[in-house]
Design a protein around this ligand. Structure first.
Ligand SMILES: Cc1ncc(COP(=O)(O)OP(=O)(O)O)c(N)n1
Ligand code: TZP
Ligand code: MG
Length: 537
């Protein structure tokens, strides 16, 4: 692919989803098996043990709801001990398989794994030029974790000179990155970043250097270089021997997410989440007697509560974000949990308990009572500022501001699956929030408000400035109510997913009907045509 081939695609926000359903591309979690099915073609080797290779690719794509065709480049005799034999498929027959699939089956994304010879790489590049696809994910599988060589040194030039320049992303681990760079020593995160930049200079549009092999640390850090920035993507290191096939699975998940329409970064993050959750859910799996077992790609079928993407967070939950205020509840003589219930019954899609002057014991009790209500309606519950209360009550997450506990610390304390929101007033803060592992941003105050004093407003311009570049979804907050919520919707910014409100719901006699009124405004406001076009460019 040319460097410009795969533009990051704006996934339209939930505002626009409601006002003009026809014009909408489905969001990733709403892909239906109708019409065009997202399709990944894997070009890789068969693993008889089915932990890695073609078998892992098909399972990973299937688990993510994506069709996966396969071109087999080699048949390996393999188990949990290692690779006992390799039988390469003749180049001409690889070419024939490629032609069969690419000429007929509307492939969106090609993912490569084991490419055992220079000839196979050349054949693949030729066919990709003949049959263009939307994206190419190259996992340069050179050596199996068992140490067995799957693609010899003679292929390195073909990888570097022919395949990499066509790739939208290459995903080497540190060993592969080192070999591809002629023995470059990679021991630290700084080395990984240098390696990613050197690999980028060979032509791929993005590089992900996987740090799973770096010396033991509590985190698994991958480095993502998009041509401008080196991003540290942190995940939790799952302690397990069942890791055979993680590289293939990660690359396949990236390919599957791209096929569904995700932008590159979202695809990588979703893929990392999937692998983390699969490893976590497969720790006790006992298959084979060797040192490295396979894991279960279909863990969701065994454990319905497991999340394929780790977190409970769905951006569409931000649509009508109700934030409580103890002063207001006191004024109107109602308990926190009664106020929460009323807001949910009116249509609130997420709740935050923002209780500034309250004893810890009372806060914990209120959080427990609210959590029971939220769980029964399937609405996430977050706690403002108080990470201790969120941990104690096992709520769905927290919301912190710039002067509260740092997001990285919150993520370490809460783990990968909890929701973390961060208040941001600038694009730089929003970018940092993403780097630190937040799930969403809350931006404001947009309009003047008495609820949070001495808080400078950012206005609609400030909001636009942040959300035009934000990688994270988020909400607008501050002085928003039924009279002006339409102004937020009309901005048509894809990552601006909703409004967060305090007084417009809780400083009112009837919380439910006020929430319903606001919901009506959000649902019925139309995004002007020119904004929708701007957003989808
Ligand atoms: C959704 C949402 N966005 C922003 C805020 C503000 O948080 P913060 O800046 O920490 O200020 P306080 O709420 O703690 O006064 C929020 N609470 N929720
Ligand atoms: C918590 C917060 N952060 C920025 S403005 C604000 C208060 C929003 O309250 P209201 O919806 O009553 O204006
Ligand atoms: Mg705060």
């Amino acid at each position: 692919m040319a460097k410009e081939a795969l533009k990051p695609q704006a996934i339209a926000g939930d505002f626009s989803k409601i006002v003009d359903k026809e014009a909408m591309r489905p969001s990733n979690d709403a892909i239906k098996w109708s019409g065009k099915v997202p399709h990944v073609l894997t070009v890789a080797g068969s693993d008889s043990g089915a932990g890695a290779g073609i078998q892992a690719d098909i399972k990973a794509s299937g688990a993510l709801g994506v069709y996966c065709s396969s071109v087999i480049t080699a048949v390996t005799a393999q188990n949990t001990v290692g690779v006992q034999g390799i039988h390469p498929v003749p180049e001409e027959f690889v070419a024939e398989q490629l032609k069969s699939v690419l000429s007929d089956m509307q492939v969106d994304v090609v993912k490569t794994g084991m490419l055992p010879s220079t000839g196979v790489i050349k054949v693949l590049c030729h066919k990709l030029k003949q049959f263009p696809i939307r994206a190419l994910v190259v996992d340069p599988v050179l050596v199996a974790t068992s140490g067995d060589v799957l693609s010899g040194p003679s292929t390195l030039d073909a990888f570097r000179e022919e395949l990499f320049p066509m790739a939208d992303i290459v995903t080497p681990n540190v060993r592969e990155a080192s070999v591809l760079l002629g023995g470059f020593d990679i021991k630290t995160i700084t080395d990984m970043c240098s390696a990613a930049k050197s690999l980028y200079s060979l032509g791929p549009r993005n590089v992900l250097v996987k740090g799973g092999d770096l010396p033991e640390s509590s985190d698994a850090v991958d480095i993502f270089f998009d041509g401008e920035h080196c991003h540290e993507l942190r995940g939790v290191r799952v302690r397990t021997h069942n890791t055979h096939g993680t590289g293939c699975t990660l690359a396949s998940c990236i390919a599957a997410e791209l096929a569904k329409g995700s932008p590159m970064l979202g695809a990588i993050q979703a893929a990392k989440c999937f692998v983390e959750e699969a490893l976590e859910q497969s720790k006790d799996l006992a298959i084979g007697n060797g040192p490295q077992g396979p894991f279960d790609h279909f863990f969701k079928l065994r454990n319905h509560y497991a999340r394929p993407c780790g977190t409970r967070f769905k951006p569409r939950d931000l649509f009508l974000y109700a934030v409580t205020d103890s002063g207001m509840n006191k004024k109107w003589g109602r308990s926190i949990s009664d106020a929460v219930k009323a807001a949910i019954e009116g249509g609130a899609t997420i709740i935050q308990l923002r209780e500034k002057n309250i004893e810890t014991k009372v806060f914990v009790e209120a959080a427990e009572a609210s959590l029971e209500i939220c769980r029964s309606y399937g609405v996430p519950l977050l706690i403002n500022d108080r990470v201790d209360v969120a941990l104690a009550c096992e709520t769905d997450g927290v919301h912190v501001g710039q002067s509260d506990m740092p997001v990285r610390t919150v993520r370490q304390l809460l783990g990968p699956n909890k929701i973390i929101g961060v208040s941001c007033k600038t694009p730089e803060q929003a970018h940092q929030a993403w780097l630190d592992g937040a799930n969403y941003i809350g931006c404001g105050g947009v309009f003047p408000t008495n609820t949070k004093k001495n808080n400078p407003t950012i206005g609609l311009d400030g909001l636009k400035n942040i959300f035009q570049s934000s990688l994270l979804p988020g909400v607008a907050i501050g002085g928003i109510g039924v009279e002006n919520a339409h102004m937020i919707v009309e901005m048509g910014l894809p990552n601006l997913k909703g409004v967060a409100v305090v007084s417009a719901l809780f400083d009112r006699l009837d919380i439910s009907s006020e929430t319903r009124r606001l919901l009506g405004v959000l649902e019925t406001t139309r995004i002007p045509e020119e904004k929708r076009l701007e957003a989808s460019e």
